[in-house]
Design a protein around this ligand. Sequence first.
Ligand SMILES: CC(C)(COP(=O)(O)OP(=O)(O)OC[C@H]1O[C@@H](n2cnc3c(N)ncnc32)[C@H](O)[C@@H]1OP(=O)(O)O)[C@@H](O)C(=O)NCCC(=O)NCCS
Length: 182
Amino acid sequence: MPHVSLRPVQRRDLAWMVAMAADRDAVGEHNWSGPIDPDEVLGRLHHQFQCDGFLAPRGGRLVVEVDGEPIGDVSWRPEQWGPSPGSECPAIGIALLPQHRGKGYGTIAQRLLVDHLFREYGVHRVQSDTAMDNPAEQRALEKAGFTREGVVRDAEERDGEYHDHVLYGMLRTEWERSATPA
Ligand SMILES: CC(C)(COP(=O)(O)OP(=O)(O)OC[C@H]1O[C@@H](n2cnc3c(N)ncnc32)[C@H](O)[C@@H]1OP(=O)(O)O)[C@@H](O)C(=O)NCCC(=O)NCCS
């Protein structure tokens, strides 16, 4: 099995990240929010790279590599369930280039991201949600150790229609029971 790893974003990654974001097939139909302005997105990525290198507890991004070759990225953003600071948890996302899908890499990459978030940021819970019509991501999340928690009806507007999302979560106690030693 090839070696799957995560690494911090480097300045040279920003160009392929923009190219991926601009291409519906490359980023995946479920991550596609419509045509982008590449210069505007590149400027935004440069700004964030300079601010925190995409490595902040409340939001970030890591490059997914297979045997040292970048094949996509994983990311996280804050989800707030209640007013107290402890009610916030990271919600994760992923996009792999089409030729690298269906080989188990997405499962491993998301598990590595979960390990990173629990270890580095002391969070209580990590979650993810994906469209009901994205069985590959649902299965990958389940294989990565997430529990299916419910359906959020008409959560996402895509291509002029509303789509249900499935919510997945993993608690620190569940992660501790299954975590591989650092
Ligand atoms: C979703 C994604 C991250 C999954 O990563 P991946 O490397 O392709 O997934 P894996 O190979 O680890 O696992 C996929 C699982 O889904 C299954 N699967 C794939 N397509 C399926 C389908 N149409 N129906 C049912 N199961 C399916 C695979 O058989 C595999 O399960 P198995 O190992 O039990 O056989 C990746 O496909 C991707 O980047 N897609 C485009 C972007 C995207 O959709 N991101 C998520 C948005 S929320």
